[in-house]
Design a protein around this ligand. Structure first.
Ligand SMILES: Cc1cc2nc3c(=O)[nH]c(=O)nc-3n(C[C@H](O)[C@H](O)[C@H](O)COP(=O)(O)O)c2cc1C
Ligand SMILES: CCCCC(=O)C(=O)O
Length: 396
């Protein structure tokens, strides 16, 4: 097999290794997937302004996030059902993050439980919260995360209801996945995955008793399950309630305009994630990178800003940091690694990013990540658009 040179190669390996309905769940976005593509294309509108004759013989890629030092400015974003890509998927990804000096975020909708992931690593990372209609369940999730030692609560605010993921509708994707006439051939072509998954203790949302009891006969679509459970009535006022439950740092994920960023700061949020949920929620939102400057400006240093969406290259990370992000969150890139080769695949994804960030800093003439600023970029209008070859947007 040819060597894996970049995240796109890892994506191709993942595509071959897991059933189509699962790859589509990972890859897909909402409606026409305009925003999925926009996230990627935005990076091509910024070109570098490199400096020459700078001593770049040693480089420093480290950053601090909410007071924690990270060797790599990368956060593995919260992803539901990662445990379907490889048995124990969330545990494997959390271990890979520790090994590579990145940070792991566990999703509320994980297959492994809050406690299982915490037990797999020396110190757990962040816990991502979806607010349940049943506040008793929400409270219990927060308390479990606190007891297990997660260091920050990352509340996702862009899912009052699930986005319209048409690939999942078409594929009849359910939790747990079910054998149907329509997907029988797909499963037959991926018997390796079927066999691997028979070793997995469960194929549903591990944190919820009712979901653990889901059998293949009463399988539900992700949209149906989340619609039943997620609270679409939450407002800024509810953040106060969470504050009382969670004394540690609070992060809001899914901020996409300056007003909300300002409001988040006024509510004492320590970090915010500029994100459109990887284009999986409201289709038609602009690229996350395009709203980053507006949000960095609105926050004015009062909270840490993280860029999430479309990051596929070390140079993307460097561009986001030059525009004021403190770190980048990645979703699909590490899932490709997990699907392709379990923990080793996630480590490979992170290693590819590390090498690319390192090389970019070297060639850019900026040896330290914390010295990056907008003077290292030429913005849209200042430079010709850099375009990817057809079919190489990493999505679609
Ligand atoms: C399969 C999948 C599941 C996801 N599940 C969650 C989730 O449970 N909670 C959440 O806040 N974001 C979730 N996200 C969004 C990611 O955290 C992140 O915002 C997005 O993947 C970033 O875009 P990228 O994939 O281009 O890096 C999910 C994304 C994917 C691809
Ligand atoms: C799997 C449950 C929902 C996860 C999510 O937020 C997403 O798919 O984007």
């Amino acid at each position: 097999m040819p060597k894996t040179a970049n995240i796109e190669d890892l994506r191709q390996r993942a595509r071959r290794r897991i059933p189509r309905f699962l790859f589509d769940f990972v890859e897909g976005g909402a409606d026409d997937e305009f925003t999925v593509r926009a996230n990627r294309e935005a990076f091509g509108r910024h070109a570098f302004r490199a400096r020459s004759l700078v001593d770049v013989s040693t480089r420093d890629l480290s950053t601090t996030l909410l007071g924690q030092r990270l060797e790599l400015p990368l956060i593995l974003g919260p992803v539901g059902l990662a445990g379907l890509l490889a048995p124990g998927g969330e545990r494997l990804a959390a271990r890979a993050a520790v090994k590579k000096g990145a940070l792991f975020t566990l999703s509320t909708m994980s297959v492994c439980t809050i406690e299982e992931v915490a037990a797999a690593v020396p110190a757990p990372g962040w816990f991502q919260l979806y607010i349940w209609k049943d506040r008793g369940i929400t409270r219990s999730l927060v308390e479990r995360a606190k007891a297990a030692g997660y260091t920050a609560l990352c509340v996702t605010v862009d899912v009052p209801d699930m986005g319209n993921r048409e690939r999942d509708v078409r594929n009849g994707f359910t939790v747990p996945p079910r054998l149907t006439v329509a997907n029988a051939f797909d499963l037959l072509l991926h018997l390796g995955w079927v066999l691997r998954m028979t070793r997995s203790p469960r194929a549903t949302f591990g944190n919820f008793e009712d979901s653990k009891a889901l059998t293949r006969r009463d399988a539900v679509s992700v949209a149906a399950y989340t619609s039943r459970q997620f609270d679409a009535s939450i407002t800024w006022a509810d953040l106060q309630w969470l504050r009382e439950l969670w004394p540690g740092p609070l992060v809001l994920k899914g901020i996409s305009c300056a007003e909300d960023a300002r409001r988040a700061v006024e509510h004492g949020v320590q970090a915010l994630v500029v994100s459109n949920h990887g284009g999986r929620q409201l289709d038609g939102l602009p690229a996350a990178l395009d709203v980053l400057p507006e949000i960095v400006d609105a926050v004015g240093g009062r909270a840490e800003v993280i860029l999430d969406g479309g990051v596929r290259r070390g140079s993307d990370v460097v561009k986001a940091i030059a525009l004021g992000a403190r770190a980048c969150m990645i979703g699909r890139p590490y899932l490709y690694g997990l699907a392709a080769d379990g923990q080793a695949g996630v480590e490979l994804a992170l290693e590819l990013f590390r090498k690319e960030i390192d090389r970019t800093l070297t060639l850019l003439g900026c040896p330290r990540l914390d010295q990056l600023d907008a003077s290292y970029l030429r913005g849209p209008g200042e430079a010709p658009r850099l375009s990817l070859p057809a079919g190489r947007t990493s999505t679609g």
